[in-house]
Write a protein that binds this ligand. Sequence first.
Ligand code: NDP
Length: 327
Amino acid sequence: DRTGDSVSVILVTGGTGLVGSAIRRVLETEPVGSRYGRLPGERWVFLSSKDADLRDPVQTKALFDKYQPTRVIHLAALVGGLFRNMKMKYTFLDDNMRINENVITHSHRVGVTKVVSCLSTCVFPDKVEYPLDETKIHDGPPHQSNFGYAHAKRLVDVYNHAYKEQFGVTYTAAIPTNVFGPNDNFDLEDSHVIPALIHRCVLAKRNNTPFVVAGSGKPLRQFIYSDDLAKLMIWQLREYDDVEPVILSVGESEEISIETVVKAIVKAVGFEGQYTFDISRADGQYRKPASNKKLISLHEDFEFTPFESALRDTVDWFLNNYDSART
Ligand code: NDP
């Protein structure tokens, strides 16, 4: 950070979302001075879209002038489920391109020394040899269904390399697999699989109706609890010093089926009725494993929260915040 500054300002864009709120929670609960806790001299600022619309260069410039950050965790993005991604490819491309360009440009302008942005494993090529790893991002076109979002995200990695080569700054990226946790979007139609299933199961319990799961339940996925991802992003900001991105995920051996997720949700919600799989609905890819070898080689003692307890905490949060949750 800048010499002479006694306070290091860390700006978290998208600070009110699923991942941003987890970073805030982790910093609040871990002991001050510990690996994932607040450090003396740090000032963390969590931003929402109300602080500035990051699609707008004028608002973004004013925001960076106001806070003069020294480091940035960049999470803000237009995020959506498959349906919205398919319907709004231009908007997903254009909004995310603008947000990323504005954040990176103004970070560099005010002298930010480190930016950790957030990509996603769904930006990888459609036709690729599994498991995914950090070297394969640009190895072919992304899946047709979300190419707008995917190309905007991939360009963050391109920006990072260009900034490194031209200006020598280390702007880098995290690549999480499927994230879940408190403060997620629990919309029934257009959210990720875990929050959507939790919401459906809670409604089935309340209304005494069957809990119907779209698809066969067979596909396998890697899920990361938002608090684990938060710790790993804090680690990446403080301890990782390379432009190449890092996949932040549980290992390939921790893949779990949607059916296993469903059983855990049923248990956590206390749903005693019938659950069925609607096999007339598309399943998506059977599996798309991502390797976390790089992460483990750099941070071998990291302990992931067991899936069932993370899921229970997420369900408890949803039940306790039912009226204010994003649904
Ligand atoms: P959320 O949708 O929960 O939160 C999005 C955040 O971005 C909110 O704080 C929102 O502010 C802010 N935001 C959105 N648009 C703008 C804008 N135009 N200007 C300023 N702020 C804006 O996202 P997640 O926490 O789930 O995702 C965080 C990052 O992680 C994203 O970059 C996403 O692509 C990536 N990711 C997420 C995965 C997942 O499974 N959820 C998986 C892999 C990657 P407000 O609250 O005011 O709307």
